[in-house]
Write a protein that binds this ligand. Structure first.
Ligand code: S3P
Length: 437
């Protein structure tokens, strides 16, 4: 399938976002190993979070879905059942990496795998700490999925993360629930802390001191009634679209504003975007609020701040769409220290560079990022998404600011994080999303 898009004259209205993907995964997994029942409202509609639900069901967890409300009957910390088949994490790195931490605490043997993209993503980063904890883990050559896991009684470890990754941190913290002693994780670069927040909400004991996070084993997690905020990483596409298309004005209600994720908002405000956060509240430790964004003509005339260093970890999922913004800024944009983008759902540095070049943009690819001179014009082109949701949506935004028509191939991959994206885009920019063929 292909989505054909033409330039937009403006965007307006209210964009309703799916529930946050990262938070939904964590709530579902913790609900599964809690006692009693949890009700999770505004659960992510994303395909990734449904991979997590399907894996939990295969592990004997009762899951009921009514609209966006998911009810999960917890089986207790060690209550998961031997799965009858290989667990399928689909496209979802969060599912395979976080769930592996929980599987490592169970004495049965299980295997977990995923689609072609996930089967080529590095798992050594979780295999190493889980083996140190005493789990037996086998993988395909080069530490790739499928993973075969047999755990049970684990050791508590002190582990310094060699890579800035919330998925790895969370995997070790979840495995730490099954240790004989507390487990401590050090992150030298702070990453999203949804696992820490959710663990506390479900009744886990966690101490955070500087960069060290210590989790106690054998908690009695309790079922909770929770409401997932809207997905800020999904909002990013609309915020950048409003920054690119003159006369745009959008409202995005109920967006998650976790301190480690809102770097995106700080970055866009520093860049000069007219962006307001209203009605901010915190529910179950996760802040949320309404966003109002307005096109600001000065933004593209000012130099965009470079993206580098520690900031990269907190902007990691938004870099594809920020690269589109950079291609239109008068001063261009330089992105560095972003090697992790090479091991996402696709090699995102390569996917961004190839598709920007197809759209007529001069861009230099580096090992850990890219750089572009300013003052360039996007031209409509054929976009090869590599089946990567964030590449499809980022280039949909590029199409709005391009000359001529853009065809996005395989647009359905957007469902991985944002089912309804194409409809939301069509509603916001009435004349833009044309034919589907
Ligand atoms: C996620 C963490 C990030 C991010 C991914 C979701 C999470 O991955 O890219 O989309 O929910 O923990 P890494 O931890 O590998 O950086």
């Amino acid at each position: 399938m292909t989505q054909t898009l033409s330039p937009a004259t403006s965007l307006s209205g209210t964009v309703l976002l799916p529930g946050d993907k990262s938070i939904s995964h964590r709530y579902a997994m913790l609900a599964a190993i809690a006692e009693e029942t949890s009700v999770i409202e505004n659960f992510a509609a994303s395909r990734d979070c449904h991979s997590t639900l399907a894996c939990l069901q295969a592990l004997g967890v009762e899951v009921q879905e009514r609209g966006q409300t998911v009810t999960i009957r917890g089986r207790g910390l060690r209550g998961l059942k031997t799965p009858a088949q290989v667990l399928d994490a689909g496209n979802s790195g969060t599912t395979i990496r976080l769930l592996s931490g929980i599987l490592a605490g169970h004495s049965f043997e299980s295997s977990i795998t995923g689609d072609d993209s996930l089967s080529n993503r590095p798992m050594g980063r979780i295999i190493r700490p889980l083996r140190l904890m005493g789990a037996a883990i086998e993988s395909r050559a080069r530490e790739l999925p499928p993973l075969r896991i047999r755990g049970g009684s684990l050791k508590g470890i002190r582990y310094s993360l060699p890579v800035a990754s919330a998925q790895v941190k969370s995997c070790v913290l979840f495995a730490g629930l099954y240790g004989a002693a507390p487990t401590t994780v050090e992150e030298t670069i702070p990453t999203r802390d949804h696992s820490e927040i959710a663990l506390k909400e479900f009744g886990g004991a966690l101490r955070i001191q500087g960069n060290w996070i210590e989790v106690d084993p054998e908690p009695r997690l309790q079922g909770r009634h929770l409401v997932v905020p809207g997905d800020l990483s999904g909002a990013a596409f609309f915020l950048v679209a409003a920054a690119l298309v003159p006369k745009s004005e959008l409202s995005l209600p109920g967006v998650g504003l976790n301190g480690r994720r809102r770097e995106l908002l700080d970055y866009l405000v520093r860049a000069g975007l007219d962006l307001k956060v209203e009605n901010e509240i915190e529910i179950a430790g996760e802040p949320r609020g309404d966003l109002r964004v307005r096109y600001s003509p000065e933004l593209l005339q000012r130099p965009l701040p470079p993206i580098c260093g520690e900031q990269v970890a907190n902007l990691i999922d938004e870099i594809p769409v920020l690269a589109i913004l950079g291609s239109q800024a008068a001063g261009g944009l330089k992105i560095s220290d972003a090697h992790e983008l090479r091991v996402k759902e696709s090699d995102r540095i390569s996917a961004i560079v190839t598709n920007l070049r197809a759209m007529g943009i001069e861009v230099e690819e580096t090992a850990d990022g890219l750089s572009m001179p300013g003052g360039q014009q996007l031209r409509g082109a054929d976009i090869i998404t590599r089946n990567d949701h964030r590449i499809a949506m980022a280039f949909a935004v590029a199409a709005l600011a391009a000359e001529g028509e853009t065809r996005i191939h395989n647009p359905e991959c957007a469902d991985v994080s944002f089912p309804g994206f194409w409809k939301a885009l069509r509603n916001a920019a009435a004349k833009t999303v044309g034919k589907t063929g």
